[in-house]
Design a protein around this ligand. Sequence first.
Ligand SMILES: CC(C)(COP(=O)(O)OP(=O)(O)OC[C@H]1O[C@@H](n2cnc3c(N)ncnc32)[C@H](O)[C@@H]1OP(=O)(O)O)[C@@H](O)C(=O)NCCC(=O)NCCS
Length: 342
Amino acid sequence: MQPYIHEEEEKINTNFEARLLTANDYKGFAPIYDDFREKAVEQYMFELEPLEFEDFCDSVKKNLIDCLVLYENTIPVAFLVYTTAISEAIELNIIHSFKMENMAERSIYLLKKFLELTKAEREEKIVCYPMLGAQKNIVGEIAHYGFKFVGIAVLRFMMNGTNSREILKMTELSQLEENYRLTEWDDKYFEDAVEVVQEGFENSADALFDPRFKTIDGTRDIVTKIVKDLYAEFLPEATTVMLCNNEPVGFCFMNLTGGKIANIPIVSIKKDFQGKGLSKHMLKKSIEKLLYWADSGEKPITEVNTTTETNNFQALKMYRHLGFKEDYNYPQSYLPIKKDLY
Ligand SMILES: CC(C)(COP(=O)(O)OP(=O)(O)OC[C@H]1O[C@@H](n2cnc3c(N)ncnc32)[C@H](O)[C@@H]1OP(=O)(O)O)[C@@H](O)C(=O)NCCC(=O)NCCS
């Protein structure tokens, strides 16, 4: 049986100490946070610049995020950020070491402290951790602590500068049968959307690291957060609904981040309607709306991106078929709760 926590004796740097960031420590912490901000896009593949230092401290103050800081001989050298405010999981967002020095040892020390601090919460909640960019280097280490991994592919459709548009233009889709119709989002479809998304995702890899997909209530929370702008700006006119005999059977949601980067958080179609080429129609309609906005200057959209599991071949084929290109892959890790391990 696999041990839940790594039991081996490890050499620990005795000059290390980790504690949660409080107002007294903000000043000394600023340089290391700024070092992280400089590297976030290039080294950690963040889509946008992270929060300014003051906004970050404000979020810590409001308990929206927790920040565990590692001190080496009393100097802050690394930190780990996590939140329990967004979903049912404990979301570990980033582990960063100043100037990327001694990443492995510092990360593991922080991770152990984090696991100690969250022990009680972890009786009920999984931990999820997207190991973006350089964080990937500690995959082997964190596997010792019971973390599991799902490969995630990031795909992009660029409005200009690649051949995505040409591929979309050349894609010939089968004629939709008469009883099918595409339409835009309307709030009256909300409960149908919750059902369709739950059906599509309840047994998916996403449900392993976001357990809300396992229940209708959890999925309602996800869909609510999408349509109420809690993740990003919701784009109802670029969100497409597939109707069959006027009943909603599929949804392609669309968000906008930072005013210019569109993102598809979810595409889902009822099981009985899968494999008929219907989702490509939804996706195409949604992208065409974005292209219209980009070309008319109404919204300065530069790309639409999405993520999917690296072995979700149906989704990957659908995206590629319409001009999306795979940009990079990363390990999405998660720590199951104890009772799910035994
Ligand atoms: C992913 C999903 C939206 C695709 O919808 P769909 O309407 O079934 O897709 P399509 O019928 O257009 O098929 C897409 C491609 O997958 C292929 N395909 C269908 N079933 C397949 C299977 N079991 N294995 C591999 N490829 C398959 C199709 O041939 C098609 O390829 P093509 O473009 O080369 O013709 C749908 O499967 C779904 O709702 N899945 C659950 C939720 C999900 O995973 N969403 C995506 C992540 S956000």
